[in-house]
Design a binder for this molecule. Structure first.
Ligand SMILES: Cc1cc2nc3c(=O)[nH]c(=O)nc-3n(C[C@H](O)[C@H](O)[C@H](O)COP(=O)(O)O)c2cc1C
Length: 174
């Protein structure tokens, strides 16, 4: 084991130097639907099928549901969808039904798929690594659909972490 000698401010600045995608993750346990916002998803480019790595926080409601069903959907959202982002990030499925009042359909894997977004991919988990605070899941794409033309979109087109950090209202106290 190595002592942690990292200067947190430097590590934070290096980490912030690259755009990080921000997704809304949804999943289900039978008819029970859940959803959360995640930024830790890392696409593994040039792989066929597309794979993704996501760190799912153990204390979140979504964690156990994703690990049980082994499927989830990741949605790309637009920068005009801050309300949707905070809706999923600032509340827990333990307290509210996040899908009440939202337009969605049930996708190929049974996950709820939000109608208003750039597009989504559904994934099946192929591996998971346990850590004290998170489960790191590796998953492969099973379905993908775009709701707006993808021509002209770049890797920075969807809403990303910096947009959220710079523009989100403060999180209400829990
Ligand atoms: C900017 C931001 C990024 C987040 N990224 C992650 C993440 O990568 N993984 C994760 O498990 N939770 C992440 N969260 C936390 C969840 O979105 C949040 O705790 C949510 O309320 C969980 O809902 P649930 O209890 O219904 O699952 C993030 C929250 C914010 C504000």
């Amino acid at each position: 084991m190595y002592e942690n000698i990292a200067d947190h401010a430097v590590a934070d600045r290096i980490s912030n130097a690259t755009p990080k995608p921000l997704w809304i993750m949804t999943s289900h346990r039978g008819e029970e639907l859940t959803g959360s916002m995640v930024i830790s998803a890392l696409s593994l480019y040039h792989s066929n099928p597309v794979k993704v790595v996501v760190c799912v926080t153990k204390r979140d409601y979504t964690h156990d549901i994703v690990l049980e069903s082994r499927v989830f959907a990741l949605h790309v959202i637009r920068e005009d969808q801050m309300d949707l982002a905070t809706h999923f990030a600032y509340q827990s499925g333990r307290d509210v039904d996040k899908f009440a009042g939202l337009d969605y359909k049930i996708g190929h894997t049974g996950c709820p798929v939000l109608s208003d977004c750039v597009g989504y991919m559904e994934f099946e988990i192929t591996g998971a690594v346990d850590t004290p605070t998170h489960t790191v899941v590796v998953a492969e794409v099973r379905n993908a659909e775009a709701f707006q033309p993808l021509e002209g979109m770049t890797y920075r087109s969807g809403a990303n972490e910096s947009w959220f950090r710079d523009n989100a209202p403060p999180r209400p106290p829990r």
